[in-house]
Structures are given as C-alpha cells and as structure tokens.
Design a binder for this molecule. Structure first.
Ligand code: KG4
Ligand code: ZN
Length: 336
C-alpha cells in the first residue's frame, strides 16, 4: 500500500493541511488564508491563533475525506513546530499530537525553513548540492544544501527579511496587505530606475543582507513627494522592488562563485515574485548556474512542503515523541 504522509502548517496566518506520497507527490493540499488581518495592515497574533482553531479541523476533514484516506493508515504526521508565532504553532502542534496519540502513527516536528526549502522537491527530483535562497516574511537566508537533511546557513539578514521589506513598503505606499504581491502589481507599470534606493551591505564582503536602510529611504522619499499620484506609486514600487532584487541577486552570485555550485533554488513567499525569478534566472544563468523555484502556491506557506519534509524524516527513521514542543525562533539544523 502507498505510504501517505499528512502535513499540518499553522506557523503564521495561513492554515494548511496536505497529503503527500513519494510516488504521487502532492495528493491533496488545502490552504485557508486569513483575511481578517487586512484591515489591521499586518498579522495580529491572537486573531491568527483563533482563526487556526476554527479552520484546522474542517480543513483536515476535507483533505482526508476528498483523498479517501484514513488516519490509521497514514505512514506519518508532520507538523511545523517553529519558527513562527507561538500561539499559531501551538494550535497546529496540539492538533497533530492529538492525531498521533489517538492513532499511534509516527509524529515529526518540521522546521518551517526546511519546509520552504523542500517545496522545491514537490516540483521534481532535487539537483544537489545546491544553494537555496530562502526569502519569506520572516527570513532571508542563503542555505547551502548538500543533501536532504544536510544544511549550512551561509548568509542571513541582519535586520528585516525581504518579505518584511516588501510589506513595509506596501504599507508606506498605502497598498493592500500583504505588501509583496501589491508592490509587484504596482511595479509592473513603474520605472525601476526612477529612484535610486540603497542596496544594503553591497560592499560588506560577506553574504549577509540588510533591508532597514531601504525602508527608511522609501519612507523619506514618500514623505518628500507629498501627494502620491498612481504614477509615483508605481515608480516607487518598481524602484524599491529593484533594490531588493539587486541585493538578493548580488549576494547569490557571490555565494555561487565562492562555492562553485551549479544549481540554485528559490524558496519562501518572496520567491513568488516574477521580477526576482526573471533577474535570478538571467543573472545566475549568465554565470552558468541553473535556477529553479516552486509554483507560487508552494512558495507561500503551505502544508504540502511540510508533508514532503515529514516523508523524508520519517523514512529516515527520525520521529518525535509526544513531548514535542514549539520554538518561536531557532536556526535550521542538519539532521542527516
Ligand atoms: O513564506 P511566507 O508565506 O510566510 C513566511 O514564512 O513569512 O511569506 C510571506 C511573505 C510576505 O512578506 C509577502 O509579502 C511575501 O512573502 N510575498 C511576496 C510575493 N508574494 C508573497 N513578496 C514579493 N512578491 C510577491 N509576489
Ligand atoms: Zn513561510
């Protein structure tokens, strides 16, 4: 019989459930986005936790019902247990533990960043070794990946994450939350060379990132422009997006040159950005490095990537006991 793995993801504001098998890949995946946060212009932790409480059980029942799967026949259950919002993580973890306790099926806690990285494995076999640029609302990291389970963080942001920068710039421009997709949409009609915004840590000589000076520069520019016409909004959006993409590409090129890898992957919500994909493919392609990324629905938070990670952990014999807890912060560690 086919080995089916259940994934549960509730680390931030998306509630997600999925089933994955090594033979068929993603069998079923459902994500419920929380729209209540929009009117606050950011994720409100308590609203997120309560919304996970409402959505998770119906979502699980839908996924299992549509797949015709039974809990007792699952090969294992994977759940994101960090990093993320503690209240949100606790809802998913408690639910997964109850399922594991009731069924006796194996349980494994998955690091959210490993989930994002392995979203690339949902699209086909990984070419390894590789470097993964993880760009989300909470993280901006360059991760050297020797094999599944063997990771080394070779660059990180010193302040804001790339997605956080997009979100803050969206807010400054009065665009709907989350800012990433809104800024990208506005940028399509704008001139990326209209304003010269800072590319943080360009000459730092390492592979780290910084986006706080960009955010300040955009704020000062918006204040100096006065009333924002649609044209100005598009030009600021396009110029800010270009600064973020330039910084990500420059450090990615340096990492590729230093390590000599021939394969790069993008991961995380910002990897859904068309301009980033286009510039990374062209820039790294010129250096002879191939670049791949997951489809947009597997870039942003989803449980398919968690179910896939759980499959690899459990097949390698790595499981957790019912004492498993959440962790709000914590580096990605190797396990194989
Ligand atoms: O991975 P994700 O869903 O959640 C975290 O783990 O943080 O990433 C969410 C982030 C948000 O900051 C959002 O604005 C950004 O990804 N994002 C984008 C795009 N789609 C989502 N940023 C730029 N362009 C996009 N198309
Ligand atoms: Zn994420």
């Amino acid at each position: 019989m086919e080995d089916l793995f259940l994934g549960i993801e509730t680390s931030c504001d998306d509630t997600s459930c999925a089933l994955y098998s090594l033979d068929r890949g993603v069998v079923l995946h459902r994500t419920a986005a929380q729209l209540d946060h929009r009117r606050y212009g950011g994720v409100v932790p308590e609203i997120a936790s309560r919304s996970h409480m409402r959505s998770l059980l119906p979502l699980y029942e839908t996924v299992m019902g549509e797949a015709g799967a039974s809990l007792s026949s699952l090969a294992g259950i994977g759940v994101t247990n960090g990093p993320g919002l503690t209240g949100s993580l606790l809802v998913g973890l408690s639910f997964a533990k109850a399922l594991a306790y009731g069924s006796g099926r194996p349980l494994v806690g998955i690091h959210h960043i490993e989930g994002h990285i392995l979203a690339n494995a949902l699209e086909g076999e990984l070419e390894l070794p590789a470097i993964v640029l993880v760009v989300s609302g909470g993280h901006t990291q360059l991760v050297s990946m020797e094999r599944i389970g063997r990771y080394r963080v070779i660059g990180s942001t010193r302040d804001d994450a790339a997605g956080e920068a997009f979100d803050k710039i969206g807010k400054l421009l009065g665009l709907p939350f989350p800012g990433g997709p809104s800024v990208e949409r506005e940028a399509r009609a704008g001139n990326p060379a209209a304003f010269d915004f800072p590319r943080g840590l360009r000459r730092s000589g390492d592979r780290d990132f910084s986006f706080s000076s960009l955010k300040t520069a955009v704020r000062l520019k918006v204040e100096s422009l006065g009333a924002l016409t649609p044209r100005l909004v598009s030009d600021v959006a396009a110029s800010a997006q270009e600064a973020i993409v330039d910084a990500l590409l420059e450090k990615s090129l340096a990492a590729a040159a230093e390590t000599g890898v021939r394969q790069f992957y993008l991961a995380g919500g910002v990897a859904a950005n068309g301009r980033l994909r286009e510039r990374m493919a062209a820039g790294l392609g010129e250096a002879g490095v191939a670049v791949s990324w997951p489809r947009p629905v597997y870039c942003t938070d989803n449980a398919a990537m968690i179910a896939c990670a759980a499959c690899h952990h459990i097949r390698a014999g790595r499981t957790d006991g019912l004492e498993l807890n959440t962790f709000p912060r914590g580096a990605l560690m190797s396990w194989s």
